[in-house]
Design a protein around this ligand. Sequence first.
Ligand SMILES: [Fe+2]
Length: 479
Amino acid sequence: MPFYSKLGLLPKKRHVQFRRPDGCLYSEELFGTEGFSGPSSTMYHIHPPTQVYGWTPKYSTKVEYVETDIMRMRHTMTGGHRLPPKGDSVTGRVVLYGNADCEMAVCNPAEQMSYHYKNAQGDECIFIHFGSGVCHTMMGTLKFGPKDYLVIPKGVIYIMVWDKRQNGADGKPVDGGPPVENTPYGRFLLIETVNGSHLGPPRRYVSKEHGQFLEHAPYCERDLRLPELPLTWDQKGDFPVRIKARDLIHEYVYHYHPLDIVGWDGCYYPYVFNIDDFAPITGKLHMPPPIHQTFEAHNFVICSFCPRLLDYHPQAIKVPYNHSNLDSDEVLYYVEGNFGSRKGIEVGSLTAHPQGIPHGPHPGTIEASLAATHTAELAVMCDTFRPLHPTKAALALDDTKYPASWQGEHFPGLSSGKMHLNGATVPPVHAAAFPREVHPVDVIRAAVPQVIIPAPGTNGASGAAKPGAGVSTANVWAP
Ligand SMILES: [Fe+2]
């Protein structure tokens, strides 16, 4: 983060003698980015941080992408029992999408971590969907719960300790989440950088000179939860620390507890931001997706689609217009709310829309949304500026019917003849009634000059949705 903070014990000046109670010197470490030119923190260890040994390669994290040449809409269903508990908060990560800039994974851990972890390859943004606990980091402790973003910068050593989820007297989970037997600790979405860039707030929301959040930002410094005590573990022993770097997990062993810092200060540290503290920007007419932007790194952004009031122009169309995303792929992770207008979309679903393919409201959703005043849906989106690719795991959870989900009559009144684009009523016409060389559009153009009408049935009249049918007025955005 760009703003200064501190925790624990610090000497008055940098780079001066700072002694432990036994008279020995604390070990100062500059923890910095971009050489010595970027954000950094200065930390004071009980032990020299260089005393590590026993580096052992454990396993590869190199992601294998499939169908890299194929461009199509995708719906990856990870909800319900489809993603059984697996591994711990690191080994249980299932990467679903990614490219040379970022990786997106979902994790439903089956067990607690038995080691500390350091991602030396990129920043991590961990969105807690279900569950709670604490994340002990080398820079202090972060409590986390549902809908928290944990932003852990590259290089920070941490361990996640989950609360065990419990059933109540009624046999249902106390926290209202998924069944405990399927999700014993919790579940999170992970978006991490793999291109060496760092996650931060959108640059347009912070001042150029000092990085202070500006007045038009949808969140600010007060919304961020910074590391707290406990900070320091003074223990001897053999402590494994797993380090991700170069697409490989190495294990190092420390002679002492790796969280041995007594104090730090600076502008580089982990923090928590709860998505409910995002104050959505609303407008008279439809506001585009950038208003939902929450974080950014090089070549991708993370957005929060939160419950909010909808457009207030008396003739506003509450669902987004069709759009093509010519320069970005977008993946949405559905957190909560009613996804009735997206057929088959459920909590834990991910949809992937590649750049260049138009997408927009599902059949029937536009008319159905006109009277809506607010939306209660919650989703996290990752937009990338280079094509995203699925993994084998994503294809195993693939809903192959999704690309055709926009089929169906968007304007049933036109094909039935009950309405016409210029307000006049015309008899219904059907393509099958005309020989191939005589298209119904031409017939109607001849009959009604200066009117353009689409050929009825070209969107597939079978199964046409009636306006409002199966559509929640709460669901008025179509990513
Ligand atoms: Fe979109």
